[in-house]
Write a protein that binds this ligand. Structure first.
Ligand code: PSZ
Length: 500
């Protein structure tokens, strides 16, 4: 069954590749010789504007059932391959957004198709267990093979969860439980604790807080939302907590021209963090944990230096706050290291590291001390999905076998250099090109121009994402190569040349 599926895919791909059209481009770069695992199309191929007529018909249909205001177009996932996403009108786009940064090794990767069609794996896909009570026999082995094989420095424990928000929500709870037990000096709650928690009152529901950063995004569930500060649309009309919010550095680009100003900006933000920790302790709402993204993604691809994060980690330690690094979007290789926090060079980078998206399963790694003291305290029905661990184990094999982190560093360099060249050529439109690995972004001078560039690029076959107020973000999968970088740069160049 597996081999006939693969044969069918190969035949379709060969037929489609024969109908290739080449784009006229500034960058001329050849596709590499294909191996089975690199199997994909060679270039974008556009038949209609996007969304095309079939997508529009489906938008009307779905619109009768749901709000479709955020739907871009409908996809044909069967025909999508590698870096190319095919839509229902037969348009094939280079996907530089990858389902909001969550496709690790491209569409329909043959290695993952094999995992799905391996009869030994079938029961894992068919029978979804309540992992917290009835895990399958191979669960510890699969965790060791997948998640623990990439555990961040100093962390030997991991808790799986369903999505990014669910991971952060439970990580916050683990930090509160840890903090409260530390404060009590033991883990035996009083009668008063037990009685008051049932009616949402202190001391059972203590006034503890999580410090987060302006521009951060940590999810949309109620607790996470109190730490999310990227756009009002996420937060409007939802009750929240009175938790401290620190400024995240706003660096000026190019970095080498603003060394002093940027160092001052980071120092200002760190000073504010310490002030807030002290203020909230005085208010009777001590900071149990600090949560931060290594690169603020939804908030506009805002970077800070390793020095900033090292000092922040020290502040957390000094004040007895847990340090939670949210790697939901930055994790799994896109920055050229498996975890973005590895760029800081710390042996003890964090107390909690959460993940999801390209990791396929959500969850969080944590230090031993952050292990909840009793069963059922960090718990829900599924607590992850063991079938995702099977797929993740294979994704990790492909990353290692094909040395994809080196590939990301290479293609990321080509992408960033191309963005520097574009902003030099169109300084009235583009600025602040920035990135780590392929996790790159560039600002347009205003949001309407950014949106128009992205729509035009999409009609020419490059599907990009946006973030923050006016940034275009690049979130390709890990199999994005230099020639894919050249394809998207050529398309952007054509769009900008036509821009009025
Ligand atoms: O609009 C949304 O809900 C979006 S758009 C992109 C995301 C969410 N990213 C999710 C995300 C993240 O980037 C970081 C750093 N932390 C947590 C999350 C939440 O993950 P999910 O969406 O899986 O709950």
């Amino acid at each position: 069954m597996a081999s006939s599926l693969l044969t069918r895919q190969l035949t379709i791909s060969l037929q489609q590749n024969l109908r290739l059209t080449t784009t006229v481009c500034r960058y001329v770069s050849k596709t590499a010789t294909k191996t089975e695992s690199e199997f994909e199309y060679d270039s974008p191929s556009m038949k209609t504007q996007v969304p095309g007529p079939r997508s529009q018909e489906l938008l009307r249909q779905l619109g009768d059932i749901q709000n479709v205001g955020a739907v871009h177009f409908f996809c044909n996932y069967e025909e999508s391959r590698g870096n190319y996403l095919v839509d229902v009108d037969g348009n094939r786009m280079l996907d530089v957004y990858t389902q909001i940064s969550s496709i690790p090794i491209g569409y329909n990767h043959p290695a993952l198709m094999k995992v799905m069609t391996n009869p030994n794996n079938l029961s894992a896909f068919v029978n979804r267990p309540a992992l917290g009570i009835l895990p399958p026999e191979n669960f510890p082995e699969k965790l060791i093979e997948s998640l623990l094989s990439v555990a961040p420095s100093g962390m030997t424990r991991v808790q799986t969860m369903a999505c990014g928000s669910c991971s952060n929500e439970n990580a916050f709870k683990a930090m509160f439980i840890w903090y409260k037990n530390k404060e009590r000096g033991h883990n035996n709650p009083s009668e008063e604790d037990i009685g008051s928690c049932m009616i949402n009152q202190s001391p059972g529901c203590p006034d503890l807080s999580i410090l987060s950063f302006m521009g951060g995004f940590h999810g949309r569930t109620l607790g996470c939302l109190a730490t999310t500060h990227s756009k009002p649309i996420h937060k409007l009309d939802i009750p929240s907590f009175d938790w401290p919010i620190a400024p995240f550095p706003r660096l000026q680009y190019p970095l080498e021209e603003f060394v002093r100003e940027n160092a001052q900006e980071e120092a200002r933000c760190l000073e504010e963090v310490e002030d807030l920790i002290i203020k909230w302790r005085q208010k009777g709402k001590p900071v149990a944990g600090i949560v931060i993204e290594p690169i603020q993604a939804e908030g506009g691809d805002n970077h800070a230096s390793p020095d900033f994060f090292i000092k922040l980690r020290n502040i957390a330690q000094k004040h007895g706050c847990a340090f939670h690094v949210d790697e939901v979007q930055t994790g799994c290789g896109a920055t050229g290291k498996f975890w973005a926090h590895e760029h800081w060079g710390l042996d003890d980078p964090a107390d909690v590291v959460s993940f999801s998206k390209k990791m396929l399963t959500g969850g969080f790694f944590h230090k031993n001390e952050l292990q909840a003291d009793k069963p059922y305290r960090i718990f829900n029905t599924w607590m992850g999905d063991p079938s995702k661990n099977l797929l993740l184990a294979e994704v990790l094999n492909v990353i290692r076998r094909e040395d994809l982190l080196a590939e990301v560093a290479r293609s990321g360099k080509a992408l960033l250099q191309g963005l520097y060249a574009l902003q030099a050529q169109y300084p009235h439109i583009l600025s602040s090109a920035r990135g780590q690995g392929t996790f790159c972004a560039i600002d347009a001078h205003k949001s309407t121009v950014r949106d128009s560039i992205m729509l035009k690029a999409r009609n020419k076959g490059a599907f990009l994402g946006s973030c923050g107020e006016k940034a275009i973000r690049f979130r390709p999968s890990l199999i994005f190569k230099e020639y894919h970088a050249h394809q998207v740069l050529n398309i952007l160049n054509d769009v900008l040349a036509e821009h009025k």
